[in-house]
Structure formats: structure tokens, C-alpha cells
Ligand binder design. Structure first.
Ligand SMILES: C[C@](O)(C(=O)O)[C@H](CC(=O)O)C(=O)O
Length: 309
């Protein structure tokens, strides 16, 4: 015995293990910061989704219009993946943040930081949320180069990060006017040929389209993006499983819950001069959300006295 235990399972390996069960659908609630990540982990989530929209909103105070840089996204994803490295984190990687060498750099950095999977899309740099109108796409060639770069970086890194190809073609078009359902299918088929690990058909417009998308691309796990109030009709995790989706992300779950709650607290404070009573957790309970007890116990376990009592 040398005291070493086997290294904890990486997020990528765990995600691949979950996906190896063909009847399973991996459900990933959206998180955008340390607090939402901690809450999702405490709820027992088996996988987390780091939303780019939420990263842009929470770190920059800006709408999802491609303002978040590689550094913003990587730092947020690395922090979230580091809280509990054995729970996989799928992180938004937008367009990959430049040409093929930028895409490869993004994938390598995400892989080194223990991120289980990332999605790369075919929007132009001036991108927007996939559920807003007027999306512009790069050509198939440029998109495929991005995906080739991502897959090559994955393979060379020796990591098990999953490359998820996202297409925005259903509700967007490229400079030659190519777009729509069939274009999206062609792009995802091309992505599968390149060697990506999973597919993300953005902004499907009906349950019928969901079924068709899965039937057209049966060989790789298909991800379903459930943006509340977005272009894709909302279905439950069970229905997604019955239709054949293998991953469901709920990117805006945290933001949708927090924004009205905080607005309400602000309104109560403004009107009454005090916060709503039920919000008064107190500092201890607040910090317990982010590991207070474990951190203090660690300190004590190595002889620290600072946090005893
Ligand atoms: C999935 C997504 O890329 C995200 O950033 O979470 C967004 C979600 C959103 O903006 O509502 C998208 O679907 O483009």
C-alpha cells in the first residue's frame, strides 16, 4: 500500500459511462455560477450544463450576443467542473472563439480543466441565443473545419471530453441562403462523419421535428435543448427519453428561478424597508450552500485551529 487511491473518475469518462446505457437520458440542469452549481450538485444532479447565456449574464451583465470570450467561458466552466470533478459538466463553447487553432485551443483547455463535454456551433462570431430570430451561419466548410479541429484536439489531448456538434441551421441561414431543417440534418450528418461524439439540433420547432431529427441521425446521442419559452416546445425529461434523446439540458433553469425571486425581494425591500421574511437564511445557512462545513472540517483535520468553534 502506498497510500494512493485510484484517481477519481473524470467527468468525460463518467458522461461516456452514462451514455453507454442506451435506454438512459442524461439530464443536465443549467448552472451559471458557483451558487447555482452548488445547488444543482446538492439536489443530486447527475450532470450539469454550463450555460453560455447565463455566463454572459452573470459574469458580464450582458445578453447572450457573443460577448463572452474564451477566457470568460473557460474560467467559469473550470470553476464549476472543479467543485465536484466526478459529476460531469457539459459546457457551452459557442463557436469555439475563432478559427481552427482557436477551436483546438478551447477544446484542449476545457479538457485540461476536467470539463466532460462541450458544444461547438455553426453561427458566425456575432452570434446570439439560438432561440432569437435572424441567426447567421458560417458555411458548411467553415463549420466542418471547426469540428475537425475540435475532434483532433480531443484525440491529441488523450482526454475523454465529448465533442458535441451543434447546428443552428434550423432557424438560421448562411451567406448563400442555406438554412432550414434539411440543411441542419446535412450539417449534423457531416459532423457525425467527422467523428464528433454527440449532436445538438438547435431550435427544433415541433415534436414532429424532434422525431424526424432523431430518425435522420440515429447513430449518435442527440441532445435536446429545453429553453423555457424558446422555439422548441417544452417536453418533460420522460417524454424526451421516450422520443430517443440521450441528453436533455435546461440551460435557463437557474436564471428563470432566480430573476423573479430576486425581483420580488427587491420589490418587498423597496415597499416595506425590509427583505421578505422567508429570504432570511442567515450567513451560516448561506455559506453552507458553498461548502462552509466541509471547508472548516478540512482545516480542522489537518490541525488548523482557525475555524474550531
Ligand atoms: C444553450 C445556450 O447556448 C446557452 O447559452 O445556454 C442558449 C440558451 C439561451 O440563450 O436561451 C441557446 O440555446 O443558444
Amino acid at each position: 500500500m502506498n497510500g494512493h487511491t485510484s484517481p477519481p473518475m473524470t467527468g468525460g469518462k463518467r458522461l461516456r459511462q452514462l451514455l453507454a446505457n442506451p435506454s438512459k437520458t442524461v439530464v443536465a440542469p443549467g448552472v451559471h455560477d458557483g451558487i447555482t452549481a452548488r445547488l444543482a450538485l446538492a439536489s443530486g444532479a447527475e450532470c450539469l450544463y454550463m450555460t453560455g447565456a447565463g455566463t454572459s449574464m452573470s459574469r458580464l451583465g450582458m445578453a447572450d450576443l457573443g460577448l463572452a470570450t474564451f477566457t470568460d467561458m473557460h474560467q467559469n466552466a473550470a470553476m464549476i467542473a472543479g467543485i465536484n470533478p466526478s459529476v460531469p459538466v457539459i459546457a457551452d463553447a459557442d463557436t469555439g472563439y475563432g478559427g481552427p487553432i482557436n477551436v483546438a485551443n478551447t477544446v484542449r483547455a476545457y479538457a485540461r480543466s476536467g470539463i466532460a463535454g462541450c458544444h461547438i456551433e455553426d453561427q458566425v462570431t456575432e452570434k446570439r441565443c439560438g432561440h432569437l430570430a435572424g441567426k447567421l451561419l458560417v458555411s458548411r466548410d467553415v463549420y466542418f473545419n471547426r469540428l475537425r479541429a475540435a475532434c483532433k484536439a480531443r484525440d491529441e489531448s488523450g482526454s475523454e471530453i465529448l465533442i458535441i456538434a451543434r447546428t443552428d441551421a434550423r432557424a438560421g441561414k448562411d451567406a448563400d441562403g442555406n438554412g432550414g431543417f434539411e440543411e441542419a440534418v446535412a450539417r449534423l450528418k457531416g459532423a457525425a462523419d467527422i467523428g464528433v461524439d454527440a449532436l445538438f439540433f438547435e431550435a427544433m420547432q415541433s415534436e414532429e421535428e424532434m422525431k424526424r431529427a432523431i430518425a435522420e441521425c440515429p447513430d449518435l446521442p442527440m441532445l435536446l435543448n429545453m429553453v423555457q419559452g424558446g422555439q422548441t416546445p417544452q417536453i418533460s425529461n420522460d417524454t424526451a427519453n421516450a422520443l430517443g434523446f440521450r441528453i436533455v439540458i435546461w440551460p435557463c433553469l437557474g436564471m428563470e428561478a432566480l430573476i423573479p425571486a430576486y425581483r420580488n425581494a427587491l420589490e418587498v425591500l423597496r415597499k416595506t424597508g425590509k427583505p421578505p421574511v422567508e429570504e432570511n437564511l442567515g450567513p451560516k445557512a448561506l455559506f453552507e450552500v458553498c461548502g462552509l462545513n466541509e471547508l472548516m472540517a478540512f482545516d480542522e483535520s489537518v490541525g488548523g485551529k482557525a475555524y474550531k468553534s
